[in-house]
Design a protein around this ligand. Structure first.
Ligand code: FAD
Length: 323
């Protein structure tokens, strides 16, 4: 159906590459914005031939809605639905591979199997398997009833489906799927892990269970990435490790990013941003920092530079242009 380099697994893109590849990550648009919002964002970036585009998954949330009689009703809502369909639309429009994220939160195992089959029918055979964060207002992650607690449990379900093992015993021996599975890694440790060694042990377990590559949480100090990569290799993790990169583009992000993603911002970067008179100047500093990070990672032989584009396609475009 697609040209030669399309409908390929992430791991095959990496194996076939001569140098460092580029990949992008986008969020589904807020409900009500429409698919054009995705196209407007990606149109700016497609000239750089990303090898694949990840689309994040957003679990449903509970919120309290006040009724006319004054009572309060708990309602379920999802602000950014449509990950699977957006992946299909991107493939159709741009002829590029997509990697939908799949999470444990909010899914039971039947929902997961159905989502995997939807992706399979769309011709998508990549998936980034994650646990997902706790629901807003919940102190810790609570698995769905009949769902998975950790990313590794979800990974095992995908791996089973790849082997033709469905939830229903009687389907054994019918068509399986062919997903290439990626997982998340944390150069600065996942915030819940008691220590780095334990976190690495859980990461190795995901790789041993079938993950073919790792994409990292964002980081702003390459030394942390290189140390993480070394620690992974020493722990016996041999799969490609893809650095995840994000530009800082507002002064406010100096407090939001460490709070939300549990990562450090180096003093030189925070100092330079603090000196900026406005966000326009901050964006320029963030762009230069991202370019320097990208160049160093490329020189060090990173298999892919994975950009979290999050509403800043022009910054990412400027960086990739100069690589
Ligand atoms: P896990 O691998 O399950 O690990 C979670 C924690 O549990 C870690 O501390 C780990 O050390 C520990 N652990 C793992 N296995 C075990 C075990 N068997 N026993 C005890 N402890 C264990 N979130 C979204 O909601 N949607 C997205 O689209 C999304 N995309 C992301 C993309 C990337 C590249 C990254 C890095 C994160 C993304 N996230 C996303 C956030 C992610 O879901 C959270 O960071 C989440 O808190 C952990 O997910 P995980 O897959 O790393 O979990």
């Amino acid at each position: 159906m697609f040209a030669n380099n399309l409908q390929m697994k992430v791991i095959d893109h990496i194996r076939k590459a001569n140098g460092t590849l580029v990949s992008l990550e986008i969020l589904p648009p807020l409900k009500g914005k429409g698919i054009q919002a995705v196209y407007d964002h990606l149109d700016i970036l497609m000239e750089f031939n990303p090898s694949f585009i990840n689309v994040t998954y957003h679990r449903s949330e509970h919120k309290n809605k006040k009724k006319p009689d004054g009572s309060v009703e708990k309602v379920v809502y999802r602000k950014r639905p449509g990950t699977e369909a957006i992946c299909g639309s991107i493939m159709n429009r741009y002829r590029v591979d997509t990697v939908p994220h799949l999470i444990c939160g909010g899914f039971n195992i039947e929902d997961t199997e159905d989502a995997l089959l939807t992706l399979n029918y769309l011709g998508i055979d990549n998936v980034l398997v994650l646990r997902g964060d706790a629901e807003k207002n919940e102190p810790t992650f609570v698995p769905e009833i009949g769902g998975h607690r950790y990313a590794i449990d979800l990974l095992k379900q995908v791996d089973n489906l790849n082997k033709g093992i469905y939830l229903e015993e009687e389907l054994k021996g019918t068509n399986g799927t062919t997903f290439c599975i990626g997982v998340a890694g944390y150069p600065e440790k996942h915030f819940e892990a008691v220590n780095m060694q334990t976190d690495l042990m859980h990461l190795k377990n995901k790789v041993d269970a079938g993950a073919e590559y790792i994409v990292t949480q964002m980081f702003f100090n390459n030394k942390k990435f290189f140390a993480f990569e070394k620690a992974c290799r020493e722990a016996g993790i041999t799969v490609p490790i893809i650095p995840g990169l994000k530009p800082i583009s507002t002064k406010k992000q100096l407090s939001i990013i460490p709070n939300t993603f549990y990562v450090d911002i180096p003093f030189d970067l925070s100092n330079a941003i603090n000196k900026c008179v406005d966000d326009e100047a901050a964006e320029k500093v963030g762009e230069e920092w991202l370019l320097a990070q990208s160049k160093e990672l490329k020189e060090a032989g990173a298999p892919v530079l994975h950009y979290y584009t999050l509403g800043k396609p022009n910054v990412i475009a400027n960086v990739i242009k100069q690589l």
